[in-house]
Design a protein around this ligand. Sequence first.
Ligand SMILES: Cc1cc2nc3c(=O)[nH]c(=O)nc-3n(C[C@H](O)[C@H](O)[C@H](O)COP(=O)(O)OP(=O)(O)OC[C@H]3O[C@@H](n4cnc5c(N)ncnc54)[C@H](O)[C@@H]3O)c2cc1C
Length: 295
Amino acid sequence: MILDCAVIGGGPAGLNATLVLGRSRRKTILFDDNKPRNAVTSESHGFITRDGINPQEFKKVAQEELSRYSDVRIEKQRVHRINKKKHLIRGGDRKWGSIQCEKDYSRRVKEFYGKSLFSCPFCVGWELRDRPLAVIAEDHKALHMAKMVSNWTNDLIIFTNGNKILSLEEQELLNSYGIRINEKKIAAFIGEEGMLDKIQLEDNTTVFREGGFIAAEWKPAASFETTLGYTLNEQGGIATDSLQRTNTEGVFACGDTRIAGPSQLIIAAGEGSMAAIAVNAELIEEKFNEYKQQA
Ligand SMILES: Cc1cc2nc3c(=O)[nH]c(=O)nc-3n(C[C@H](O)[C@H](O)[C@H](O)COP(=O)(O)OP(=O)(O)OC[C@H]3O[C@@H](n4cnc5c(N)ncnc54)[C@H](O)[C@@H]3O)c2cc1C
C-alpha cells in the first residue's frame, strides 16, 4: 500500500489522528505497541461520554471504530527507526513522572502510583474529594500542586521528604488556608494493594493519608531512533505550532509527546484531530500545486 501518512503511537492522540485521516480517505498506517502512559490506571476520567472508562477498553472501542475505514491499517508493533518519506504523525508516549530521590523511596511510590497516588488532580481529584490527602514534592512545585489539590479537599498535608523548599511567606500563606507542611524524611508508604493508609516518617511516626498527588518531574520517553531533526521544546517535548506541525516538513506531533506535565486524554485526542486536519490540508494543497506545475 502506498501511504499518505504514518501514525506512530495508538494512544488517544494517534487514534484520533488516524480516525480523522481514515475519514478523509487517507491511506494511513498506525503503529502501536500498547504501552500507554496511563497503563497503571484502571479508570480514566474527564473524557465526555467515556468518563471512568478502563484505558484498554477505550483503546478497544477506538480500534473498532477505525476498522470501519478501509484506508486505515493498524500494526500492533513498535517502530524502532524512522526514515521519513512523507507525512508522519508522532502520537504521545511519555514516561510517567519520576521523583529524584533515593531508589527505595521511588520504588515504594510506584506501588501506589495510579491507585491512590497520582500526578494529575484533574484526572482523579473528584474521586479523592474531601479525603485526607498528601502532596508529595521535593521542590518548589509543591506550592502549585498544593494550591490545585486544595480545590478538592480541605485536609491536605505537603510532604517534602526532608527538603526545605517553601519560604516563610509561602508557608504562612498555605497555613492560612489550612494546608500543613511536613518537612521530615519519608521512611515508607503503608497500605495494601496500592491503597495508601499511612505515611511513615524518619522518626517512626505515621500520618494517616488516604491518597495524594506527586509533583513529579517529567521525562519524555525516547522511544525510537530518528534523524527527523525536529526541535524540542524547553521541557524536552517535541515543539509544534498550533497546527501540531514540527519544524521538520511533513512531521507532526500531538499528545503527551509534546507536553511536559500532567495532560489529558481529551487534549491528546484533540491534538491528534488537529494534526490530521493539518496533514490533510497540506496533502490537498500539494495536489493542487502539482496541477499548477503541470499546466
Ligand atoms: C497514572 C495516570 C493517570 C491518568 N489518568 C488520566 C485520566 O483519568 N484522565 C485523563 O484525561 N488523562 C489521564 N492521564 C493522562 C493520559 O494518560 C495522557 O494524557 C494520555 O494517555 C496521552 O495520550 P497520548 O496518545 O499522547 O499517549 P499514550 O496514551 O501514552 O499513548 C501512546 C501510545 O504510543 C505507543 N508508542 C510509543 N512509541 C511507539 C513506537 N515507537 N512504536 C509504536 N508505538 C509506540 C505507546 O505504546 C502507547 O500505546 C493519566 C496519566 C497517568 C500517568
